[in-house]
Design a protein around this ligand. Structure first.
Ligand code: AMP
Length: 279
């Protein structure tokens, strides 16, 4: 399995390919959520490239960049076993050779990037869009695969692709969960055993809200009740909101296809999740 660390060998490989390439960008510490994206990529395209890069541009100064779990050897073994054709592991010198202070950046659409995680993580989505744009320029895939776990990120990148007239097709991958409902996340590795026991309540709360908001219940009251039960269990809630799945605008009534979004801290670890009101 080729592992490219520089652009010229990546480009050389890319130019020799016959047939479509699907690209799965990741920050590593791979789990079954990532692997489902790799399987989706392999089902849709002849060639699959996974990138592993913890992008400093999308972490704020007070965030967990240094603490973010890294496990490159294990990741490569996992990808190899899954039949992934190729991996790209750039480093900071390759991604940001002039540093990050004076970089040309992509500004994401304001309506999509201001709410939810954007309100708590200023600059985060500009960092995401910039690195995804750079990776797309390097990799030149036909298909870009992104998970619905980071649903706001997915919508923002879809909009960037449309606004910039990029030809890549963005393919969403369904959110994958552990048996107890907790969404797979690289950050789950940072939870203490006690926090890991509590963590599935985030998903359970969203599933419950999605079911209850079908029946015309007051959304503000439901959100408050959900927040209270999470905080009683030990979460510190950043947001718990019902929004339109396309525009990400706040909703005050439950519509099939709309989504409940949550971000909450358990100790030092920030978890995010979202659940759609069934169609
Ligand atoms: P990350 O490594 O966290 O940057 O994630 C890389 C890609 O995997 C992103 O497109 C994520 O949305 C996706 N992803 C992460 N966790 C999951 C999950 N539990 N289910 C589906 N996709 C996921």
């Amino acid at each position: 399995m080729p592992v490219f660390k520089d652009i010229s060998s990546l480009r050389q490989w890319r130019q020799g390919l016959q047939g479509p390439l699907a690209f799965v960008p990741t920050m590593g510490n791979l789990h079954d959520g990532h692997m489902a994206l790799v399987r989706l990529a392999a089902a849709r395209a002849e060639h699959v490239l996974v990138s592993i890069y913890v992008n400093p541009l999308q972490f704020g100064p007070q965030e967990d960049f240094a603490r973010y779990p890294r496990s490159l050897d294990k990741d490569l073994q996992q990808l190899h076993a899954a039949g992934c054709s190729t991996v790209f592991t750039p480093d900071d010198a390759l991604m940001y050779p002039r540093g990050r202070k004076d970089l040309s950046i992509i500004m994401p659409a304001r309506s999509l990037s201001k709410p939810l995680c954007g309100a708590r993580r200023p600059g985060h989505f500009a960092g995401v869009c910039t690195v995804v744009n750079k990776l797309l320029q390097m990799v030149q895939p036909e298909i870009l695969i992104l998970g619905e776990k980071d649903y706001q990120q997915l919508r923002i990148v879809q909009q960037m692709v449309a606004d910039m007239n990029m030809t890549v097709q963005v393919l969403p991958g369904p959110l994958q969960r552990e048996a107890d409902g907790l969404a797979y996340s690289s950050r789950n590795a940072l939870l203490s055993p006690a926090e890991r026991q509590i963590a599935p309540l985030l998903a359970a709360t969203l599933v419950d809200l999605a079911q209850r908001s079908r029946s015309g219940a007051m959304i503000a009251e439901l959100a408050q009740a959900g927040r209270d039960s999470l905080e009683q269990a030990g979460f510190v809630v950043d947001y718990l909101e019902l929004r339109d799945s396309q525009t990400l605008q706040l909703l005050d009534h439950g519509l099939p296809g709309a989504r409940w979004f949550a971000a909450a801290h358990l100790g030092q670890t920030r978890l995010i999740d979202n659940v759609m009101i069934p169609l």
